[in-house]
Design a protein around this ligand. Structure first.
Ligand code: K7E
Ligand code: CUA
Length: 867
């Protein structure tokens, strides 16, 4: 008995399921077949697909490699959100094309030389207590040793600092757990000064090192004066990591040329690659940056090189602050475990990852138990005695990320460059747990907050060096390939390939989106780089042009859809500065600005003030315009720069005779324009009434739109005043133009108002049942909307109330949809056919679809007041 009941209920559920999802399931089957998708593809799609308007849980900041920029994208959707201009000009944001951004870029000039490219490698997010706080982002430039600071309040680069002693850098940037310091390690050994030193004196005069930058996390600024560099042997320092928890105050940097080989292929010597990988081991540098920071404050303990404090090796050695630990052959990544108890080093040319124990290292240091000294006198600790365990992972281990099970299960993920794999293993026991193939040749891997003291897990992103066959062919230069991997299960699952059309990304860092709180707009008149009021701040009505000698300052404003001023005449050779303030308050109402042929551009987000300076060295007429498609009148958002040569005589052109309008014609045009405005206003008022009746103020997004609409509407009164004055003065031409301006404001108001109304309808309408949703889809599929507009008589009758129009309405409508031809003789149908000059065709709707459409029509009737 029981089993029969169970069976029946299973059948019942089965029927319900197929009733509910029947159509969708059939379509899904078809799509799977057509596109050749498997069940696991569907699962991967469901794990990454983010419906329109949806948000990602994590935000990734990826270095943009040779582009010198940063990339921002979301996880799990892998949707690209932004490029951030950092070391390289970025035209959209005006980065390097307006005065203030040029100043930031100029901070990165090296010895007076302008550098317009960068090789970004390692981004780092600021931390509080070893956890991301969502405030600052820093990244290094390997080619031109620099660090940039990006403000996460607006995702804009605010500072670039040049390393005064290195000639290249790699192992940085790395924040210490409270963001008071940033570690930046050198890469290629080179003289710390700027002088010539022959290659033969490499060991004597070339050096490596780690710069310990002071950072003020309150204002997000690196303080070069309070920073110093630890001198190190020219071993080609590579990746680094800052100590945390039990090893807080220490830093770890590995190296790959302890041979100090200097190449010379052109002289018949073996190349660098052979000489640098000769030894079985290289050195992990272990240094007490906190102690050295104290020492560096005293002039006695430092050498000043290029105006920068350098702590020499012997000072560090004498103060027990610098040690070396052998590590297997040309290693690459070094990562400190979340509790600071272990340091994991990847072998690169060795198949192992080596786990060092901080407790053991400390004990060796404390007991001064050294295995020897390097040529510079730095104590070397015994590798075996410092080691916790070693894991045989495969070919080419490069980088590590920790997973949420780090504490109990030693959860860690390592990239294998040569084997093209991500390996999950246990760094406490050095046991391998799982492998996932990636495509191809992975470099870094990015866990969700996987470098912090609080790794989130869920996903790992493989940042691959090669894409090869993964994407459509686009020529010999392929995109980069970021692959999203789900790590929640026992087995890793590859979910998504994301092509990146920019430089080699190296490292990326991911943070929970909930930790970021960027601004929507700037406070009116803000200089984005000082955070203070811009000297060029100009409000509506304050626009003016000021000449000081041969420098012309324009205090201008931009707002939909005009630039004020619209004419500017200057002399050839004048310097021109446009100060522009975007008066908009509305979210996403950005304007852009350029003067044709003068190579300037800027982006004006709401509230921002910018300065654009150039020398008007070409005579002629130069349109300037807004470069963002900001409204229906965007193309009209323009003006003219006229540059005349003061040494030239210009003869006036003969005036073209154009017939003038008669006073009667002018009056007629004026009346017509006013009538259009009155009609448009009636539409606006009906929308306003609808919005008020339905309590738009209860829905924040709708409320913002209404505020924006009313903002536009509010400008009408003043235009009306000007129009009336013109009428009084008998200048109908002018009056017509002001009436036209009123119409423009009305259109903008109506545009936003109707968007608000649509949004409000969706919010206040009763939710559709599954059947009603299916009915809505069937209605669209059947092409019903080609003739019927809900709430309006269009090419067919309004369908609001259609079910009540006939006796037995549902049956009537059903028959009419399924077999219209049977009813063509009906008197009512005949009259309708005559009226619309159209006859409803048989659209081949099934009975199920028709029933659903009727349910949808019921939903329309329930919400009739909204249409
Ligand atoms: Cu491995 Cu520059 Cu971090 Cu590239 S580095 S991968
Ligand atoms: Cu402003 Cu286009």
């Amino acid at each position: 008995m029981k089993s029969i009941v169970k069976k029946l209920s299973i059948i019942a559920i089965g029927t319900m399921v197929s009733m509910t999802f029947g159509n969708a399931a059939t379509e899904l089957d078809k799509v799977m077949k057509d596109r050749g998708l498997s069940q696991s593809d569907l699962l991967a799609a469901a794990k990454t697909y983010t419906p329109s308007g949806g948000r990602d849980k994590y935000i990734v900041f990826s270095s943009g490699g040779q582009s010198g920029q940063m990339l921002v994208y979301g996880v799990p959707s892998m949707r690209l959100l932004k490029y951030i201009g950092v070391f390289t000009p970025e035209p959209w944001q005006g980065w390097g094309y307006d005065d203030d951004t040029k100043k930031v870029l100029a901070q990165g000039n090296i010895r007076g030389k302008e550098i317009t490219w960068g090789d970004t490698h390692h981004p780092a997010l600021s931390e509080t207590d070893g956890k991301y706080d969502g405030k600052w982002l820093v990244v290094n430039d390997k080619a031109n040793p620099r660090i940039a600071v990006i403000d996460l309040a607006d995702f804009v680069t605010k500072q670039i600092v040049v390393n005064p002693v290195f000639k290249s850098d790699h192992g940085g940037a790395f924040f210490t757990p409270d963001s008071e310091r940033i570690l930046e390690a050198c890469q290629y050994g080179a003289p710390l000064d700027n002088n010539y030193h022959p290659m033969e004196e490499y060991k004597e005069t070339y050096r490596g090192g780690v710069t310990v930058w002071k950072f003020d996390p309150k204002i997000g600024k690196i303080e070069p004066k309070k920073s110093f560099t630890i001198e190190m042997p020219p071993y080609m320092q590579d990746l680094s990591d800052a100590g945390k928890e039990v090893c807080d105050g220490w830093g770890f940097t590995n190296s790959f040329n302890s041979e100090m080989y200097t190449g010379g292929i052109e002289k018949g010597l073996p190349p660098f690659e052979a000489g640098c990988s000769r030894n079985d081991t290289d050195f992990l540098h272990v240094y007490n940056w906190k102690k050295l920071a104290e020492l560096a404050k005293d002039d006695k303990n430092v050498k000043i090189i290029n105006n920068h404090r350098v702590v020499p090796m012997d000072v560090a050695i004498k103060n027990n602050a610098l040690f070396l630990v052998p590590e297997p052959k040309s290693p690459h990544g070094v990562d400190v475990s979340p509790d600071g108890k272990y340091i994991v080093v990847c072998g690169k040319l060795d198949t192992h990852a080596t786990v060092y124990s901080w407790a053991k290292i400390q004990k060796l240091i404390k007991n001064k138990e050294y295995a020897g000294k390097d040529p510079y006198g730095i104590p070397i600790l015994d590798m075996k005695k410092a080691m916790h365990c070693q894991a045989e992972l495969g070919l080419g281990p490069l980088h590590n990320q920790f997973g949420p099970g780090w504490k109990d299960n030693g959860e860690i993920y390592t990239s294998l460059y040569v084997d093209s794999q991500v390996v999950k293993w246990d760094y406490l026991t050095c046991k391998v747990l799982d492998r996932q193939n990636v495509n191809y040749n992975i470099g870094h891997l990015c866990g969700m907050e996987g470098k912090t003291e609080d790794p989130q897990g869920e996903y790992i992103i493989a940042l691959n060096k090669l894409a090869i066959d993964r994407f459509n062919e686009i020529g010999p230069l392929h995109p980069q390939n970021h692959q999203l991997i789900d790590i929640r299960g026992k087995k890793m699952q590859l979910l998504y390939d994301m092509p990146i059309p920019l430089g080699e990304p190296h490292q990326a860092v991911a943070i929970r989106a909930s930790k970021l709180h960027p601004h929507v707009r700037y406070k009116m008149g803000t200089n984005a780089f000082t955070g203070k009021t811009h000297v060029g701040k100009t409000l509506a009505g304050q626009e003016k042009v000021v000449r000081k000698g041969n420098h012309v300052y324009v205090y201008g404003t931009v707002v939909r859809s005009h630039i004020n001023p619209e004419h500017l005449t200057v002399n050839k050779g004048d310097t021109v500065t446009f100060y522009l303030t975007n008066l908009e308050r509305a979210e996403d109402e950005t304007h852009g600005f350029t003067v044709d042929q003068y190579n300037v551009h800027t982006s004006l987000e709401p509230g921002k003030t910018v300065a654009v300076t150039f020398t008007a060295d070409m005579e002629g007429v130069f349109p300037y315009y807004c470069t963002e498609f900001c409204s229906a009148l965007h193309l009209e958002m323009m003006g003219y720069l006229l540059v005349k040569d003061p040494n030239k005589k210009y003869t006036a052109a003969a005036k073209l005779k154009i017939a003038k309008m008669t006073p009667e014609q002018l009056k007629a045009e004026y009346d017509k324009t006013v009538a259009t405005n009155t009609a448009t206003d009636a539409v606006i008022q009906s929308v306003v009434k609808f919005l008020k009746d339905n309590h738009y103020e209860k829905h924040n997004t709708v409320k913002n739109l209404v505020t924006d609409a009313l903002d536009q509407y509010g400008k009408i009164a003043e235009e009306k005043k000007k129009s009336d004055e013109a009428v009084k003065a008998g200048d109908m031409d002018k009056a017509i133009l002001f009436e036209n301006m009123i119409w423009q404001y009305m259109v903008k108001t109506a545009d936003v108002g109707i968007r608000a109304k649509d949004l409000l309808v969706k919010k206040v309408a009763s939710p559709m049942s599954e059947a009603q949703q299916r009915g809505h889809s069937a209605y669209l599929e059947g092409g019903c909307n080609g003739c019927h507009v809900i709430g309006k008589v269009s090419s067919g009758p309004d369908l609001v109330g259609v079910l009540g129009r006939h006796e037995n309405g549902e049956k009537w409508v059903k028959q009419w949809i399924m077999h219209p031809e049977k009813m063509y003789d009906n008197d009512y149908i005949k009259s309708m056919t005559n009226y619309f000059n159209l006859r409803m065709p048989n659209q081949g709707m099934s009975e199920d679809q028709t029933d659903d459409i009727i349910k949808y029509l019921k939903w329309i009737d329930q919400n009739a007041n909204l249409f």
